[in-house]
Design a protein around this ligand. Structure first.
Ligand SMILES: C[S@@+](CC[C@H](N)C(=O)[O-])C[C@H]1O[C@@H](n2cnc3c(N)ncnc32)[C@H](O)[C@@H]1O
Length: 292
């Protein structure tokens, strides 16, 4: 079932202008990639104690995100996901869909920060926005501005992102770490953005990550979590076979859908918790770390 679904997913994406097979093939052949991997992430990969939820089959890849094929396909998979948000917009290009999606939650996060949070420097936010010019840079992990870093648990994904940074620098530093245990100093960031991450996690990991984000945020700092919106008509109306297929490739989707994220964030200590439907399928949950 997963193999058939994968083919349909790739064929549909290619029909809409995503060069899935071609781009993956080019990356898999790119000799710079293994060098980038060993230069930046080889040591941490060898010593990382990966959580068990991260080493199981995922998205139809037997070893989850810890392999080159998943890394070579992550940019296209992200483009395809963005296109699925606007299925009736026949002529929409992959880049346009991605910009629309990223703009929708960044706009709400900026508003929340202005209303409730500290005033992050314009430069931090510009880097976040600048990623729209390089959508490939958006296909990994947790975004933490100032200094603008992106943290992810797959060194393979990070190697692709690092390569893109070298091709078209945005000033991003890529860091191989668990979001639940970043090793970053306490009260060091104005913003932590978890975009399309938590639907991949068991509740215990999501809760641990919320605590860690609380720790590393400055007082008045903002947490922005963008992901599938269980209340959206699109998700509620998913045909049964599609919903089943989603579950078969996303082992923790049931846990994600049943977690009361807003209550969990309040229990963690966040205030001004609000949820905004930022596009037809996704919500952004915004929360502020109290100033005192
Ligand atoms: C669907 S991708 C989303 C990527 C990106 N943030 C975006 O907006 O396109 C989910 C990412 O979360 C990363 N991830 C999952 N669990 C993680 C954890 N515990 N710590 C850090 N990264 C994690 C995965 O490796 C993967 O790159």
């Amino acid at each position: 079932m997963k193999i058939g679904a994968r083919k349909v997913l790739i064929d549909n994406a290619e029909k809409k202008g995503v060069a899935w097979r071609e781009d993956a093939e080019a990356l898999l052949k790119d000799r710079r990639l293994p060098n980038t991997f060993s230069r930046h992430f080889g040591v941490s990969h060898a010593t990382m104690d990966y959580p068990s939820y991260y080493t199981q089959p995922f998205h139809a890849y037997e070893d989850g995100n810890l392999n080159w094929l998943a890394a070579a396909e992550v940019e296209s998979a992200t483009s395809a996901m963005c296109l699925r948000v606007w299925p009736k917009d026949a002529g929409i290009k992959p880049e346009e869909a991605q910009d629309r999606l990223r703009d929708s939650y960044q706009k709400e996060a900026r508003r929340h920060m202005q209303e409730h949070g500290t005033d992050p420097s314009r430069q931090d936010l510009n880097t976040w926005g600048a990623r729209r010019e390089c959508p490939r840079a958006t296909s990994v992990g947790v975004f933490l501005p100032k200094p603008s870093r992106v943290l992810d648990l797959s060194p393979f994904f990070l190697a692709v992102a690092q390569l893109r940074e070298e091709e078209a620098p945005l000033g991003l530093t890529y860091m191989h770490a668990k979001a639940e245990e970043t090793g970053l100093p306490s009260a060091s960031h104005h913003l932590a953005a978890l975009t399309f991450i938590v639907h991949e996690l068991p509740t215990a990991a999501t809760t641990a990550i919320a605590k860690e984000m609380f720790r590393i945020l400055k007082p008045g700092g903002t947490l922005a979590i963008t992901d599938n919106d269980p209340r959206s008509p699109v998700i509620q109306g998913l045909p049964k076979p599609i919903a089943l297929l989603m579950k078969s490739t996303e082992p923790f989707s049931d846990e994600y859908f049943s977690l009361d994220m807003e209550a969990m964030l309040e229990e963690t200590g966040f205030e001004a918790v609000e949820t905004v439907a930022t596009d037809p399928r996704h919500r952004t949950i915004l929360a502020t770390k109290p100033r005192s």
